[in-house]
Structure formats: C-alpha cells, structure tokens
Design a protein around this ligand. Structure first.
Ligand code: C5P
Length: 221
C-alpha cells in the first residue's frame, strides 16, 4: 500500500510522515532528500546546475538509499550534509529539471516496489503515485508555517526574522506551485489536512484516522 503526503514547505510533512510510517509499520520515503542528494552530487563535482543534461545524467547515476532515517549517497551517509544551506539554496534548478524528475520518479517506483510505504514530497499523489490508495495534502497557513520556521531556527541558535522568513517562504511557494513538471498541487482525490494550531501528536492522530479508513484488511501492520 502507498500513502502519499504532499504539501508546501514548513507544513510539518517530514515529521508527520516519519511518525505515521513508524506508527503503522510502513517504510518511509523522503523524496526531498533525493533532490537534495542530486544537488549535493552536482555541487561536489562543481557542475553548473544549468547544464540540464549533465545534471540529469547524475540523477540517473547516483545511488540513493534510505535506511533507519539515514540517507546514503553512493554508500556514504550524507544525512546531515544534504540539509546544509548551500544545498538548500541550490536545489531549485535541479528540481525544475524535467529529466531529473523523471529519473527520480523512476527511482521512487523501484524503491516502493513490493513495500508498504509512506512517501512524502510535492508530487507524490499527482505524478509519482497517481493510483496511491491514500493521498494526504498536509498544509497550514503561510503565517503559521513561517512562525514554526522561526521557532525552529531560534532553537538551532540562529537569527530569524519573521517577515523575512515569510517573504522567502511565499516566493518558494509560488515557485513550487508554478513548476512545470511536478508542481505542488493537491491531487483531486487527496484529503487536505490543515495543521494550524495542531500539535505534532494531534496531526499524527488525524493521519492515522485517515489511513485507517483507506487501509485494506490485508495491508501489513
Ligand atoms: O522537502 P524538502 O525541503 O527536503 O525538499 C527539497 C526541495 O526539493 C524543495 O525545494 C522541493 O521543491 C523539491 N522537491 C520536489 N519534489 C519532491 C520533493 C521535493 O521538487 N517530490
């Protein structure tokens, strides 16, 4: 069984998807981490990200594995490095590259074959798994998402200004939504969950409730 969770940055998708997978005994696929790995591989090779064919060749060649919440690129644990600002700031042309998207969606299909999976991203219910049995669109108002991001950054000891974060986030939302292939949108058959004012625990309970209504009796626990 495939459960897709899509939504904008800062909606709490990653932690919700991870917790849901653990709760129901499914594997978890973080597709954002795949775009991050390809970006990291390109940066290491000092490849110009505008060279679409070369970047796509890297996306096809790179081996990405996910085990126990760690991300491995060609066998190396890059879980922390792919979250560095240098990677985050460079992802856009990689995620906009249609051939990269094709290669990563193919890799997502291979990864999920024969497994029960919670997969999280922007295009999982629309492009990657249009026939998924359970599709969730997890979102929150831009203001709530920006407040959460500011809190996270302050917890990490970093300087964060609400107005600035909100503005950057709005730009990212527009770009994610307008992306020609794999743009962020909710699938017509997805269930939208607004997480404003909800704790992580409440979000988890809500997702479990939704999944239970979609789960066939034969799906693994
Ligand atoms: O979710 P995360 O922030 O790790 O995603 C990193 C980047 O990859 C985002 O900028 C997002 O636009 C892109 N992405 C994507 N398609 C996905 C998952 C992430 O384009 N399925």
């Amino acid at each position: 069984m495939i459960i897709t969770i899509d939504g904008p940055a800062g909606a709490g998708k990653s932690s919700a998807a991870k917790r849901l997978a653990r709760e129901i005994g499914f594997d978890f696929l973080d597709t954002g981490a795949m775009y991050r790995c390809v970006t990291l591989a390109c940066l290491r090779q000092q490849l110009l990200l505008s060279r679409v064919d070369e970047v796509a060749a890297i996306a096809r060649a790179v081996e990405i594995e996910m085990r126990e919440n760690h991300v491995f690129m060609n066998g190396e644990d890059v879980s922390e490095e792919i979250r560095m600002p240098s990677v985050t700031q460079s992802i856009r042309p990689v995620a906009d590259n249609a051939s990269v998207r094709q290669a990563l969606v193919a890799a997502q299909h291979r990864w999920t074959e024969g497994r029960d999976v919670v997969t999280e991203g922007r295009d999982q219910g629309t492009v990657a798994f249009p026939n998924a049995q359970c599709k969730i669109f997890l979102t929150a108002t831009p203001e709530e998402r920006a407040h959460r991001r500011v809190e996270q950054l302050i917890e990490l000891g970093m300087d964060a200004h609400y107005e600035e974060i909100l503005q950057q986030q709005n730009q990212r939302d527009v770009h994610d939504t307008m992306r020609e292939s794999g743009g962020l949108k909710s699938a017509p058959d997805s269930i939208t969950v607004w997480t404003d004012g909800m704790s992580e625990e409440q979000v988890l309970q809500k997702l479990v409730e939704i999944v239970q209504t979609k789960m066939p009796a034969s799906a693994s626990k």
